[in-house]
Design a protein around this ligand. Structure first.
Ligand code: 5GP
Ligand code: MG
Length: 185
């Protein structure tokens, strides 16, 4: 495992992104919708940097995986407890990889009648996008590697690392061979 972004670098990038978000919304009320589970750490840090009238909601998007290989995507918007009708909504996710998660989630959120829907991610993976959109706000662009830490997991481990690390290919492959079941969310 090798460190890709230190705790300090993560903090700087998130402060920069929070500045852009504040500038965009100009003090208007905002509903942040965190995409579980990977966004929990970003969500906690980001909301404390946004001095806007803020509500926080959650949805779950789970890609069933064998290790790092993609599987079907299950989105659960039932976690939303309040109405987002006529609200500005900002979806917050950990990483934009193929883009499928946000691409499938945004129309479901749109159906609930928000004033606007935008998206913010910690990480954008280079050269992987398979959809006709990009997140509106992204703190970092990273190379095409499987990363863990700062909320992101590999087989439910490493979410608690305060920094971002890339797994070495052998760390992924050996594990995937031995444990075919697993998920990333
Ligand atoms: P997308 O739908 O954009 O392909 O993938 C987004 C989701 O896949 C992320 O929210 C995350 O749960 C998972 N994912 C994609 N790339 C990585 C990665 O490098 N590390 C981890 N831990 N999860 C990832
Ligand atoms: Mg996710």
């Amino acid at each position: 495992m090798k460190t890709l972004l230190t705790e300090e670098q993560l903090g700087e990038g998130i402060r920069r992104m929070a500045g852009e978000i504040k500038k965009h919304y100009q003090g208007r009320p905002l509903t942040i919708v965190g995409v579980m589970i990977g966004s929990i750490v970003l969500l906690a840090d980001l909301i404390r940097l946004l001095d806007l009238p803020l509500r926080v909601e959650l949805v779950q998007a789970r890609k069933n995986h064998a290790g790092t290989r993609p599987g079907p995507l299950a989105i659960d918007v039932d976690l939303l407890s309040g109405s987002i009708q006529s609200r500005d909504v900002l979806l917050v996710d950990d990483i934009f990889d193929t883009g499928r998660t946000l691409w499938e989630l945004i129309p479901q959120i749109d159906e609930m009648g928000p004033t606007s829907v935008r998206s913010a991610v910690l990480l954008c993976k280079e050269g992987r996008c398979k959809v006709a959109m990009k997140p509106d706000f992204a703190a970092f662009t990273i190379p095409n590697e499987f990363v863990v830490g700062y909320g992101l997991d590999y087989r439910d481990q490493y979410r608690n690392l305060p920094y971002l690390a890339a797994l070495e290919p052998h760390e992924i492959e050996d594990d995937a061979k031995n444990n075919p079941a697993g998920n990333n969310a």
